[in-house]
Write a protein that binds this ligand. Structure first.
Ligand code: AMP
Length: 210
């Protein structure tokens, strides 16, 4: 089963991708995670990636498509995979078509910008469990000492990330919905404002019939 998760920054893609990967035993390929690991290696290319990520801009299609092409053709992806954060542009979607990789489901998590900004301001990543956690009633749910804010979750940067989403990913969404050549997949839109467990249920309704 090959799945693509789409949605603006803060829509909850990471959380739902982890759920899908565990439930359906497929690798979770998060481009953001791959890139965040890369930038610890001090090369000229990685410095470029680091700069784009920290400024909220998308990484160039050349770099990202090379990384993902290498990853999705690995042996562990034979039974399927979930792509969290890829494709984000039409060029990236065309790479998947060129590789003749058929996607079964595209799941879009829809959420208004006002809620996104609030959510992102309140989210932290648990550096041990690698789980995203959100402020609830003035507290974070587990031991706070392991919680870190993503550098690109600062309000100014989030606004640039949202702008990149409007500029590149909205046209991609229109392309995927309209282009009959790539319509081998089922396109599903879910309400990303629901709580995490209810979104799990909505996802199960779609994927359990596969
Ligand atoms: P994410 O963790 O998915 O929010 O991604 C964090 C950052 O990584 C983005 O703001 C981009 O700078 C970069 N990135 C992740 N996926 C892509 C992609 N498919 N294309 C270009 N840049 C990406």
């Amino acid at each position: 089963m090959r799945i693509v998760l789409l949605g603006a920054p803060g829509a909850g893609k990471g959380t739902q991708a982890q759920f899908i990967a565990q439930k359906y035993h497929i690798p979770n390929i998060s481009t953001g995670e791959i890139l965040r690991k890369l930038i610890y290696k001090n090369t000229v290319l990685n410095k470029k990636i680091d700069y784009s990520m920290h400024s909220g801009k998308l990484i160039s299609d050349d770099i990202i498509t090379t990384l993902i092409r290498d990853r999705i053709t690995c042996l562990d992806c034979k039974p399927g995979f979930i792509l969290d954060g890829f494709p984000r542009t039409i060029v990236q979607a065309k790479m998947i078509e060129e590789e003749k990789i058929d996607i079964d489901y595209i799941i879009e998590l829809k959420i208004p910008t006002k809620i996104i900004l609030k959510r992102i301001q309140n989210r932290r990543t648990n550096s041990i469990e690698k789980k995203i956690q959100c402020l609830q009633n003035g507290n974070y749910p587990t031991n706070n000492s392991f919680l870190a804010e993503r550098v690109d979750d600062k309000e100014k940067i989030v606004k640039i990330r949202l702008h990149e989403y409007e500029k590149f990913t909205i046209p991609l969404i229109n392309y995927l919905k309209n282009d009959t050549k790539v319509k081998k997949f089922k396109y599903c839109i879910l309400d990303g404002t629901k709580n995490i467990k209810n979104i799990h249920k909505d996802i199960k309704k779609i994927l359990d019939v596969h």
